[in-house]
Design a protein. Structure first.
Length: 310
């Protein structure tokens, strides 16, 4: 199979964990152990989130020069290289030595008039207390929003329209390469009035970009790996149940958090509808079981309604 695996940024740097290189590498290692199990006989494309990472780089840049911090598109490119390097190295230590790897900086076109620019919603960076969030919002002009019991910076999250490097990704796959690309949803770019491509201050949703990537590559499976084991009915209540299988129509009638599970469900449903192939949402540590069909929330056109585990 040709499989697009989308690793969540919050799975690579888990909520509440220290945002250190060692911690991120350990979480990448966990993911790569699972990916290595499904590599034989399959073509793999690995995408990843970058919310915690890009937010941390923004903080570091602002600490150095509050008035000259790097824009989010440049920080997104930095995270693509940083995380791609770790994935290549950890996966390369597990797969046969002759396995080729490549990490591609991936530019993704968005619409400069996308309504998302007027309503920032994508959480990035670490969590803060209310007092810290209010201070940072005032000092740096950042938009802040609640994230559970805490607060995080939020950035505009326009929809991806076009992946510029789709052809070289295809060429590499055809030559047996394991490709890491579209990190953080890709580098957000727009055409200006002179039809010149430039970056723009935004963070594209990784899951929606991964769905577009999987569709354009004609992938057989979209696997969205995150820090929970799937989507749930009645999440956060005593009656919560993990969803095993769902038709897109039934799944979209439910309500999911806009900043976390919502985009994953939307991305899975869009890929399934556009391609007729399956998408699965599940835990990073369950990747091998997800590919076997033994874990996660599988979204499929087979059957109707929703079936929960147990």
């Amino acid at each position: 199979m040709r499989i697009v695996i989308a690793l969540g940024g919050n799975a690579l740097l888990r909520r509440g964990e220290p945002l250190t290189a060692d911690r991120q590498r350990e979480n990448v290692r966990i993911a790569c152990r699972q990916i290595a199990l499904v590599a034989p006989g399959n073509q793999l494309v690995i995408a990843h989130g970058n919310g915690p990472q890009v937010g941390l780089l923004a903080l570091q840049g602002a600490a150095y020069d509050p008035d000259g911090a790097y824009p989010l598109d440049v920080l997104g490119a930095q995270t693509e290289g940083m995380i791609g390097y770790m994935i290549e190295q950890e996966l390369g230590n597990l797969l046969p030595a002759e396995t080729p790897f490549a990490t591609l900086l991936t530019q993704v076109e968005v619409d400069a008039d996308d309504p998302a620019f007027a309503a920032p919603s994508k959480p990035i960076g670490p969590v803060y207390s209310r007092e810290e969030a209010e201070r940072l919002g005032a000092d740096k002009g950042w938009s802040m929003a609640t994230d559970g019991e805490h607060f995080r910076r939020v950035a505009p999250s326009p929809r991806p329209r076009r992946i510029f490097e789709i052809r070289p990704i295809q060429w590499l796959l055809e030559r047996g390469c394991v490709v890491t690309c579209a990190g953080g949803g890709g580098i957000p770019t727009v055409y200006d009035e002179q039809r010149k491509l430039r970056g723009i201050e935004a963070v594209i949703d990784k899951d929606l970009c991964s769905a577009l990537l999987a569709e354009e590559l004609r992938a057989d499976l979209l696997l969205i790996a995150t820090d929970v084991d799937g989507a749930y009915l009645d999440w956060g209540t005593p009656a919560q149940k993990a969803i095993a299988h769902a038709h897109p129509d039934a799944l979209e009638r439910l309500s999911f958090a806009a900043g976390s599970m919502g985009p994953k469900v939307q991305a899975a449903c869009e890929f399934v509808r556009h391609t007729g192939k399956d998408a699965v949402i599940g835990a990073l540590a369950d990747i091998e079981a997800i590919v076997r069909g033994a874990a996660g929330t599988r979204v499929s056109l087979d059957g109707t309604g929703i079936r929960s585990y147990g």
